[in-house]
Design a protein around this ligand. Structure first.
Ligand code: NI
Length: 245
């Protein structure tokens, strides 16, 4: 069930049976010459929704904007500062907790969100840990590409050229879900350089077309379908840890 498409009565009934919710979280940022600005949010959303269908759990609205400062030197990128994203996560968690949700799982599509979201969890726990009578609250952040079995699948699917940004896997998922958005581009070099960076300007200097370590042209919608299904099943498996009341 999707929270957006439910009434408060339906949410109340759901809470009588389960206290778990999945919140997709992404980013709007450049993804090289072939990847869509919304790739990370799209991937998190479709995987969470498919898993919700398979596993029968509630999926909240996608937090489409994330912490994307390293991509700000490319037009179209929209980034929340770490402090802003932390405040968003804290407010989302307190709202859901106030409704009675006790297991809040953020399904993430963007590596750049991880440090900030985990720090937000730390702030929430630090506050709750000194309360006299805290209620139960479990917070989790799961990046779809780190779900059990997915790294192995990626390594098998892309023995080389997967990289870490504008990856063929994330682009494949968007090609599968939104075929009309598929882009074609000449890539030079075919596989982008990889390594570190400091700020957004340094990122653009080192990775001029926006890709990092990736050959985005390896993406195809058939692999996207397999990845979506595998990640959704892996998330369903993870969600079985959250027992029903
Ligand atoms: Ni991405």
């Amino acid at each position: 069930m999707l929270l957006d498409e439910a009434t408060w009565k339906e949410i109340e009934s759901y809470l009588a049976d389960s206290r778990a919710i999945v919140m997709p979280i992404g980013s709007v940022e450049q993804h090289g010459p072939m990847g869509l600005m919304g790739t990370d949010a799209m991937c998190a959303e479709v995987i969470a929704r498919r898993a919700g269908e398979l596993g029968g759990f509630l999926v909240g609205p996608t937090l489409a904007l994330g912490m994307a400062q390293s991509h700000l030197a490319f037009p179209g990128t929209i980034s929340l500062k770490p402090s802003t994203l932390m405040a968003v996560v804290q407010d989302v968690v307190s709202s859901l907790s106030n409704s009675g949700f006790e297991q809040i799982v953020f399904l993430n599509g963007h590596g750049g969100n991880i440090a900030t979201v985990m720090t937000a969890f730390g702030e929430i726990h630090a506050h709750r840990s000194v309360q006299q009578d805290p209620d139960n609250l479990e917070l989790a952040l799961k990046s779809w590409f780190d779900l059990p079995g997915i790294r192995k699948l990626l390594a098998d699917m892309y023995p080389s050229g997967h990289g870490s940004h504008a990856t063929p896997s994330e682009i494949a998922i968007t090609q599968h879900i939104f075929p009309h958005t598929t882009k074609h581009a000449e890539l030079d070099p075919q596989t982008a350089p990889d390594g570190g960076f400091s700020d957004a300007h340094d990122f653009r200097r080192r990775y001029p077309d926006g890709r990092k370590g990736a050959d985005s042209s390896l993406a195809n919608p058939e692999d996207g379908a397999k990845l979506l299904e595998a990640a959704a099943k892996a998330l369903v498996q993870e969600m079985t840890k959250y027992s029903k009341n």
